[in-house]
Design a protein around this ligand. Sequence first.
Ligand code: XMP
Length: 504
Amino acid sequence: SLVILDFGSQYTRLIARRFRELGAYSVILPGNAPLERIQQENPVGLVLSGGPSSVYDPGAPRPADGVLDLDVPVLGICYGMQYLAMAAGGTVERAGKREYGKAELAEYHGDLFDGVAGEFVAWMSHSDSVTRLPSGYEVVATTSDTPVTAIENRAARRYGVQFHPEVVHTPKGGALLSNFLDSCAAARDWTAAHIVDELVAQVQEQVGEGRVLLGISGGVDSSTLALLLARAVGERLTAVFIDHGLLRLGEREQVEHALRPLGVNLVTVDASEVFLSALAGVGDPEEKRKIIGREFIRAFEREARIHGPFDFLAQGTLYPDVIESAGGEGAANIKSHHNVGGLPADLQFKLVEPFRTLFKDEVREIALLLGLPEEIRTRHPFPGPGLAIRILGDITREKIDILQRVDDIFISALREFGLYDQAWQALAVLTPIQSVGVMGDERTYRHLVALRAVTSVDGMTAEWARLPYEFLDTVSLRIVNHVHEVSRVVYDITGKPPATIEWE
Ligand code: XMP
């Protein structure tokens, strides 16, 4: 595969995704990964990522000995190009000012730019520049601020670009990455169909005649995993969906209708009685989360015993969770989800994690191929504790019922108005506040509900979604007309930070 050495750029994952979009499988390794580790990947080409350091810094990250001697094409991006130039005997200097933003190439030529024509806008973000070329290299692109914007040593198949071809702000960057793949003669077979075939074969090899247990949350990852596993091991998969009674309206049925016809051996369990009695009278958000977490494990464990024994537990771990990143002291620290969430000792399973090498958007593509219905494939994230953390204060069946109906009106309207995909997440909150209203000639004193919709990339930060007033008006009217327990609707206009997305 194509190996990307990470020197700490915020864009490293993007490089991997771009290559995969171009059909070439790529992996990310720490910048200092040992030569043997890189060789394990059968590298057809190497990419040196950008990074925040200066190549002459005492602790500047560098590839391990021998890595740059591999007889494969090498592409250095930003810091990677500077390192490449320095290592080959060139000079890198701190430029007078930091160049940041869009720049237009004054001229360009060479292998990387093969087939590219017209204006080339490049995204720059650097303070250092290559000022003297190593021998064997030539300059193949310049801008007015940076005379050495791209370099190449055609004979050695070494390439460097000062800008970031992987970001959308470099519109023709894809062509450049594609040309690099050509010079690597990299296979372009990383398509959804190929991924599915490969994963199915891997699962079959790992699992053999064993039986697999999978917990389904109703989200895209676990649903897609269920479809993949069903294809790989058929009836030897048992997928368990625990309904804690805090789901959205009709959610359990939706999952059943989506998965059973596609051959998933799905067990759904109505455990609402247990969860709601454990939650009775509890108003503290963290306490609610703890109780739900605990009951969830108990319920899952119970099902595992009823339907077991199982040899394997499947998990939807994704690539971003397991990418080896270069931690302090050059040690690779690996973030991993390798705990089987507190299951007891006599329920020890081996893990099956077929999505460990995939990005979220690849999972969505597979989901499409495997026939997962659109409403699940494109669904907003939904928290594990469900509506429990959207009912402020203690939880009763009546409150759940009210919130489910409000939420359903809001979410259905978002879909109806074509606004669903514009929000990263949308939700309704039932507050313990009662407020005075008037309906007909009658004074009312009923619930206040809040609607919230946010835009975000990963949920870490968020902005409130600028939903049209007309839309909000329609939703508000529908809610107060159809949900008689509610007399007032407000829209949350707080970002994250300072607020969180959920209210609890
Ligand atoms: P906050 O409210 O922290 O939410 O801004 C960020 C994202 O995380 C989800 N969330 C949870 N997901 N268990 C989950 O599985 C939880 O306890 C939980 N709390 C928040 C939230 O829905 C949002 O997508």
